[in-house]
Write a protein that binds this ligand. Structure first.
Ligand code: IPD
Ligand code: CA
Ligand code: CA
Ligand code: CA
Length: 264
């Protein structure tokens, strides 16, 4: 099987099952079982349970594919690789805020060809496959176009890596007076879907990992947005910017002189 649409169907089925399990099993007060890059970078038991479930479903359907997951790293190799974030927005999950998602992307030969982001508490499932557009529950998505930076609603995220908070705050202080407003949703994957759906005009973050933006990135670009880094570099954990063409350039030019890629 190499058809992107078929990969998207399988990814959707698995993300729906994982989302249903998480809704069912989420205790009133989930507990932090581990912290990672910093004390604010938390993991709950259900992050691991969800990734285990997703991995077992992928393995059952596609035993020879590679898998990269946030909680359990890389297994296997091969031309097809699944990129899994079992809960994107763990801090929201912990507090019971309704913005967390199950994010699954499928890569073939290094290119993301299929994506699903299940924003579980909202019951919204975003999907895309390469060349076939981005969809929310059967409705085709188009990002907002023609919005000038001064009137743009911009999403952002604050990666948890140590030493970055001060730079994030400096960048935010520069951005906030120059745009309509800023939102920090707490799930990078859901933020990118919001760009796709026109609920945000643009998004930037320094520090997201590949599993945070692989699926949401395809959903946003299939909805007409551009995703990239600074100075023509591809988007990466260093910097990810996403918006319709035009606004992308304005947002890039606002961020570039601040050098938000620099260390603390
Ligand atoms: C985090 C979320 C958050 C973003 C962080 C990510 P996690 O993912 O996507 O919005 O700002 O950079 O690490 O840890 O909740 O899966
Ligand atoms: Ca995490
Ligand atoms: Ca994540
Ligand atoms: Ca996660």
């Amino acid at each position: 099987m190499t058809d992107p649409a078929r990969f998207a169907e399988l990814a959707e089925e698995i993300a729906r099952e994982a989302g249903a399990m998480l809704l069912d099993k989420r205790p009133a007060r989930p507990e932090v079982v581990q912290t990672k890059s910093s004390p604010t970078d938390v993991v709950t038991a259900l992050d691991r349970t969800a990734e285990d479930l997703i991995r077992s479903r992928i393995r059952a359907a596609r035993p020879h594919d590679a898998i990269l997951g946030e909680e359990h790293g890389t297994t296997g190799d091969g031309a097809v690789r699944w990129i899994v974030d079992p809960i994107d927005g763990t801090v929201n999950f912990l507090y019971g805020l309704p913005e967390w998602s199950v994010s699954i992307a499928v890569e073939v030969d290094g290119q993301v060809v299929a994506a699903v982001v299940n924003v579980v508490p909202r019951g919204e499932v975003f999907t895309a496959s390469l060349g076939n557009g981005a969809w929310l529950d059967g409705e085709r998505l188009h990002c907002n176009t023609g919005v000038p930076l001064s009137q743009a609603l911009i999403g952002t995220g604050f990666g948890y890596q140590p030493g970055r908070r001060a730079v994030q705050a400096e960048v935010l202080a520069h951005v906030l007076p120059r745009v309509r407003d800023v939102r920090r949703g707490g799930s990078c994957a859901a933020d990118l879907c919001s760009v796709a759906a026109g609920r945000l005009d643009g998004f930037y973050e320094r520090g997201p990992q590949y599993w945070d933006y692989a699926a949401g990135g395809l959903i946003a670009t299939e909805a007409g947005a551009v995703i990239g880094g600074l100075h023509g570099k591809p988007h990466s954990p260093e910097m990810t910017i996403c918006a319709a063409p035009g606004l992308f350039e304005e947002l890039h030019d606002l961020l570039a002189p601040l050098n938000p890629e620099r260390d603390a």
